[in-house]
Design a protein around this ligand. Sequence first.
Ligand code: SF4
Length: 204
Amino acid sequence: MDRIVEKTIINLQKHYFEVYYYKTLEEVKEKIKEYLQIYQSFAFGGSTTLVQTKLKDFIIENGGKYIERESQKGELEKIESERAALLCDIYFMSSNAIASTGALINIDKRGNRVASLIFGPKKVVIIASTNKITKDIDSGIERAKNIAAYLNCKRFNLQTPCVYLNKCVDCEHPDSICYTTVITKMSFPHKRISVILFDGNYGF
Ligand code: SF4
């Protein structure tokens, strides 16, 4: 195991996160299955990692009641499903960055994903490959803006400055997807948030 991965695990544990580290996606699936036997209703925070790894499909196939956002047609229906997701049993998401000092860094527009991370679902499971690890919180924010948010702006064909300048300029553009930055320094209740780390390079 890389030293930075080892340091990250130790510091997350010190900050009351439940942490697992796996070498393969098959092992990640086995852990997810355990959660799905305990928790019934589930929802997702938007995550390229969960899509690229097909873990999202796996959870939908093996989980209980899916509080689904994607199939909702109108904007109001989508918001209602995001509100319902706040009361699900288990919420799956990734993280824009994970500081090796033991913190999660996430940037949202509407804030439904970070709201669920902070409060609501009984259990939150962060699924992230080790490429999301950064030295500290500052470099995590840098990663969240200059890699995660920037690439998402490109993906959604937004008119934000980063798309034209190929870097984040900390804009206040109305189409910005960076309205809210959340640093999760510790998990409360203790171990409510689990972090599943695995070797690889997925997501933004
Ligand atoms: S330029 Fe604006 S929208 Fe783009 S990453 Fe920076 S803050 Fe976010």
